[in-house]
Ligand binder design. Sequence first.
Ligand SMILES: [Fe+2]
Ligand SMILES: [Fe+2]
Length: 253
Amino acid sequence: MSILFRPIASSSFSTLRISSSSSASLIRNLSSHAYLPKPTKPGSVSGDSKEDDIPIEVTTTTPQNLTKEQKDLIDSIIRVDQAGELGANWIYRGQKWAMDLKGDKKTSKQVEDMWENERHHLTILSHLQNQHRTRPTLLYPLWQAMAFGLGASTGLMSKEAAMACTEAVETVIGEHYDDQLKALQPLLNPSDSSTPHPSLPLMANILKEFRDDELEHLDTAVEEGAQKAPGHSLLSAIIGVGCKAAIKVCEKV
Ligand SMILES: [Fe+2]
Ligand SMILES: [Fe+2]
């Protein structure tokens, strides 16, 4: 197990990250939890946690002073990420369907654990989409069908093919989250030294949190034999190109 403290750029928020191979079962105090109802802990007093320090405006308002280019950037980040998380949910749904059909309980459980993360990601992206009044992708039904088909077909091929699919998707998504974080830097550190709207550092930290989750999924896929899948290189290349094309489309549509 590793424990690391990750400060958020340009903000007073912080994230205590606890990770391990069984991280899904551990309690994690994460930036994205700012959007969830506050847990009531026995003996806790309101105001004694960092989460209680976050003003409501941070998770309910959107910056009003952005240029058109900056607003378009925020919109495209949220739209493509929401679509991507929807796709991830349906890929894992397809993989779990295939594993259950084949009676592979162990892999089904692993897929279910990763799917649980994706459900959380999609919930938070939907909060962000509402908060920043971003139009969701118009291609929701198409992504659902294609993602389920991808998960189910690779799952039916073999466990290793399913893991190769996860490896390829998470590689592209991890890099994509990194690219978005770089693109957000001018908004987080304005050249006139003004303070960015507090929703922006929180959003950046959520992107980091989700990137790290996706990289954990990638690690799991490799540990579970992704690279032993027949035709691994070809499968990875096709899925990677498909993901990149889907990202390009969702940035606009
Ligand atoms: Fe995700
Ligand atoms: Fe993932």
